[in-house]
Design a protein around this ligand. Structure first.
Ligand SMILES: Cc1cc2nc3c(=O)[nH]c(=O)nc-3n(C[C@H](O)[C@H](O)[C@H](O)COP(=O)(O)OP(=O)(O)OC[C@H]3O[C@@H](n4cnc5c(N)ncnc54)[C@H](O)[C@@H]3O)c2cc1C
Length: 193
């Protein structure tokens, strides 16, 4: 929550709040000259790692866990909170070791705690400003450069664009519930089932 002259500004933010999101709101409260002056004083930081992992979903977290156990200096970077799609999935089924479906956010929590315990660094809820795979340099939040000997890309995939794929068929939804979604995104080249 933000306050100006003792009054709360309606714009509130929650969840995995990024530094940039806070900065954006604060910048609105001061003059553009002050914003520029603050920016000019910001120092660029630089750190080096054996491995940088882009993406903190199940793949990135698992890679992190093993790299941490292997005592490699590792950083995991994600613009969101750790967990990837798993973290926002209501019930995760078919997860080895669990007979019943599990809440995705809890699996994400345990997986990220397990990875953290191995001593790797987490840079989450950050803006990934740039990735230079040739130089093996990643810039986050504009002013932080991370150089790594190796970069693992574990940025996952995006949801399929049509409801005719396996995913939508797997969701426990009735035809009536799927209809609005179908209308919105059905490709004209695909049969309407
Ligand atoms: C609705 C739904 C239900 C599902 N249910 C099940 C289930 O019941 N059982 C099951 O086994 N699987 C299920 N899955 C599949 C499972 O979620 C995925 O297989 C799994 O999340 C893939 O993991 P991942 O780490 O490869 O990618 P993701 O989970 O996609 O994670 C990728 C991460 O990369 C980050 N990222 C993206 N771009 C960048 C960037 N430029 N730099 C840094 N980081 C970036 C993202 O923020 C994200 O955290 C489900 C998926 C969905 C969408």
């Amino acid at each position: 929550m933000f306050f100006e002259d003792g009054k709360q500004i309606p714009d509130t933010i929650s969840g995995g709040i990024k530094k940039a999101e806070i900065q954006e709101r604060l910048n609105k409260m001061i003059s553009s000259e002050e914003v520029e002056a603050i920016k000019s004083r910001q120092k660029h930081s630089f750190s080096e790692y054996d491995v940088a992992i882009l993406g903190g979903g199940p793949a990135g977290l698992t890679a992190g866990m093993y790299l941490g156990q292997a005592k490699l200096k590792t950083v995991l970077i994600d613009p969101a909170l750790p967990g990837g799609y798993m973290g926002i999935t209501h019930q995760v089924s078919n997860y080895p070791g669990y007979v019943e479906p599990q809440p995705g956010f809890m699996l994400a929590h345990y997986m990220s705690e397990q990875a953290k315990q191995t001593g790797i660094d987490f840079k989450v809820a950050v803006d990934v400003t740039s990735v230079d795979l040739a130089k093996k340099e990643i810039v986050i939040d504009e002013f932080e450069t991370i150089k790594a000997r190796k970069i693992i890309i574990a940025t996952g995939t995006s949801l399929p664009a049509t409801p005719n794929t396996l995913w939508i068929k797997m969701l426990p939804l009735s035809e009536a519930e799927i209809q609005p979604w179908k209308k919105h995104s059905l490709s004209p080249n695909l049969p309407g089932k």
